[in-house]
Write a protein that binds this ligand. Structure first.
Ligand SMILES: Nc1ncnc2c1ncn2[C@@H]1O[C@H](COP(=O)(O)OP(=O)(O)OP(=O)(O)O)[C@@H](O)[C@H]1O
Length: 235
């Protein structure tokens, strides 16, 4: 879907509190190649959300480098970061984050109606219908999110995340609010999208789903661990 490459070099994140500094990330080196499906797991507090926030330009690193499609984003203004986030990154959250007052169509169209892209309404309609077909939700285009099951809402959220053809999908516990059947369907959809070329980086606690990623990372105390050694330790 895209030629994006994501590179983190020696990324650290320190949260400075009144009397204590928390070192959430301690020198993370990570390259995500176009088309990869990477999962990140690890115990509570190990830095997963912090890492995803930095990858998603929702937070900035204390130190280190971050390149997205060759562009170094360190030191850019908030406006420039928001522009890159809007153009290059798709988010999928545990809680779907759909807007209840808007129809499925308008929820998915929202990212296309923001930012500098000047798509006419015909082009918006075409792209929205395309992504809704991809997640098999074309039949609910005029419904409001409240009338959909959790799994259906997550599929709509995935369509919204894909609508601008992002360089990477950042996925945070996508099945956390779903029963196991809906969770399996959503994970099947993500695996399918990845097989068609979408780059995915997913945080999950669920080892079954972490294993669906083609590369599995394990974070411990803000450091990425070599996966096989950890697997042996856990076993
Ligand atoms: N805004 C913040 N201010 C201060 N400390 C923070 C902040 N955000 C996170 N931390 C701290 O940074 C460390 C990493 O937190 P993070 O939320 O990234 O962990 P996590 O692996 O996502 O945890 P969980 O699985 O419980 O969601 C923790 O010690 C946490 O308390």
């Amino acid at each position: 879907m895209s030629n994006a490459k994501i590179t983190l070099k020696k990324v650290t994140k320190v949260f400075e509190m009144e009397d204590v500094d928390t070192h959430a990330l301690r020198g993370v080196d990570l390259v995500i190649e176009p088309g990869e499906f990477v999962s990140i797991s690890g115990p509570s507090g190990c830095g997963k959300s912090t890492l995803l926030s930095i990858l998603g330009l929702l937070d900035t690193a204390t130190d280190g480098e971050y390149l997205i499609e060759g562009e170094n984003i360190i030191g850019l203004s908030d406006d420039a970061l928001a522009e890159i986030r809007n153009e290059k990154i798709g988010f999928i959250f545990q809680s779907f984050n759909l807007i209840d007052e808007l129809t499925v169509f308008d929820n998915v169209a929202l990212p296309l109606r923001y930012g500098n892209a000047q798509l006419d309404s015909k082009a918006v309609e075409q792209r929205v219908n395309e992504v809704l077909a991809l997640v098999d939700m074309s039949h609910r285009v005029n419904h409001k999110p409240n009338y959909l099951s959790g799994g259906q809402q997550q599929r709509v959220a995935i369509a919204r995340a894909l609508v601008k053809k992002p360089a990477i999908l950042l996925v945070d516990e996508p099945t956390g609010n779903l029963d196991s059947k809906s969770g399996d369907l959503v994970m099947g959809l993500l695996a399918d999208l990845n097989n068609k070329g979408t780059t995915i980086c997913m945080v999950t606690h669920d080892p079954r789903y972490a294993d669906m990623a083609k590369r599995r990372l394990y974070l411990l105390d803000g450091v990425i661990q070599p996966a096989p050694a950890v697997a042996e330790k856990v076993a």
